[in-house]
Design a protein around this ligand. Structure first.
Ligand code: UD1
Ligand code: UDP
Length: 373
């Protein structure tokens, strides 16, 4: 049983679900969307042609984390009891992933965590994702770590070595599916070849309010100063994000505020951009693979591999610093090229295949060891 609720979980579980469907003699996938996201989740399901078996439809505007967790836990209990899956798979660090992990544990169903072991070690950044991920790893039986570093993080926490598998990240599997030469989309048509296009996304809870305002002001300053710079900004559906972004960046020439893009459209827009400015987790993995430098609008990241490789730079959320770092990439071509061409730490695009092979092995071997925690 695969359980997900938000856009990034669906994008990174889609390749795994499609791979399972190719092996019908071995897997009988049951797919559950909690509906933590609504429109932004449907976009992904349509792109990958995935139909879910259950939709818990939990999204409500301004819902607290407590309420969201409670409703998902409650609704999953009866489904898990009815379906009795052999294993539950979750992805990443969202509230859906944590609630689903707890629900599986309560029914004593083995749990596999895709994208396990990422850490900032900062309890409130990202919030609540850092603790969600740590708690999910506390409940998991199988750990699919994207890199050696994420495996090391799990080993340090005494997780059982023989249950940790370095698979790469399924984000790369997805990119191999979505990015195509000659791709057509209206946003791509708006982007002028002679311009430097900055692609922006923002949504993190810790950036809501003042930090987001600072970043928007920096973007505005840049566009006013550099006449060959344009911005493409698919604005997250969170009303708290939209209010700030439209107020500061709305109705500006060369700033295209657009609705969240379908994932294939988005990936192809990344591929056609000059650089990326984001507080997203997943985009820190995707953009470097597409050879685009990323300025990360955060003080810490659970993806230090990209920082070490040189494709990501943490620039925080202060207006002046964000502006300075954007300018550097616009004018300093050596720095730009250095960041654009780095080693991809996230594997060979076959993470889904490896994950499924490890699940098959798990069921071949004795499951008694599962009691070890
Ligand atoms: C959630 C995850 C975050 C992940 C992000 C991906 C948690 C706590 N947060 O954050 O880890 O990085 O998704 O985008 O799990 N909304 C819509 N339609 C949608 C989606 C969202 O209207 O399709 C609006 C709703 O008003 C919703 C709000 O956005 O209440 C916030 O959604 P929520 O899932 O709580 O938080 P995100 O910031 O999206
Ligand atoms: N994405 C998308 N459309 C958009 C913006 C992002 O499909 O308009 C994709 C992006 O390619 C990545 C994922 O959404 O795979 C990242 O989602 P988000 O930034 O919302 O969440 P995070 O990764 O921070 O958890």
């Amino acid at each position: 049983m695969t359980i997900f609720g938000t856009r990034p979980e669906a994008i990174k579980l889609a390749p795994l679900i499609l791979a399972m469907k190719k092996q019908q003699n071995r897997f009988m996938p049951i797919i559950i969307e909690t509906g933590q996201h609504k429109e932004m989740l449907q976009q992904v399901l349509v792109t990958f042609g995935i139909q879910t078996d259950y939709d818990l439809a939990v999204m409500k505007e301004n819902q607290t984390l407590t309420k969201l967790t409670e409703i998902i836990l409650n609704k999953l209990e009866s489904i898990l009891r009815k379906e009795k899956p052999d294993i539950v798979l979750v992805h990443g660090d969202t509230t859906t992933a944590l609630a689903a992990s707890l629900a599986a544990f309560y029914q004593k169903i083995p749990l596999g965590h895709v994208e396990a072991g990422l850490r900032t070690r900062n309890k409130y950044s990202p919030y609540p994702e850092e603790m969600n991920r740590q708690l999910i790893d506390g409940l998991s039986d199988l750990y699919f770590a994207p890199t050696e570093l994420s495996k090391e993080n799990l080993i340090k926490e005494q997780r059982k070595n023989s249950r940790i598998f370095v698979t790469g990240n399924t984000a790369i599997d997805a990119l191999n599916w979505t990015v195509q030469k000659g791709y057509q989309h209206e946003v791509l048509h708006k982007m002028k070849k002679e311009n430097q296009t900055i692609l922006v996304t923002m949504h993190r809870r810790e950036n809501l309010g003042r930090p987001m305002e600072n970043i928007c002001k920096a973007i505005l300053n840049i566009v006013q100063k550099y006449k060959n710079v344009e911005v493409v900004f698919p604005v997250h559906l969170n009303p708290k994000v939209r209010e700030v972004v439209y107020q500061i960046l709305g109705n500006q020439e060369r700033i295209f505020l657009v609705e969240p893009l379908d994932v294939a459209d988005f990936h192809n827009v990344v591929a056609a951009s000059y650089m990326v400015l984001t507080d997203s987790g997943g985009i820190q993995e995707e953009a470097p693979f597409l050879e685009k430098p990323v300025l990360v609008l955060r003080d810490v990241t659970e993806r230090p591999e990209g920082v070490k490789a040189g494709s990501l730079k943490l620039v925080g959320t202060e207006e002046q610093n964000v502006q300075k770092e954007i300018e550097r990439l616009l004018v300093d071509q050596r720095e730009y090229e250095r960041m654009a061409h780095t080693q991809n730490p996230y594997g060979d695009g076959k993470a889904s295949e490896y994950i499924l092979a490890h699940i098959i092995d798990f069921f071949k071997n004795s499951k008694e060891e599962i009691l070890h925690c």
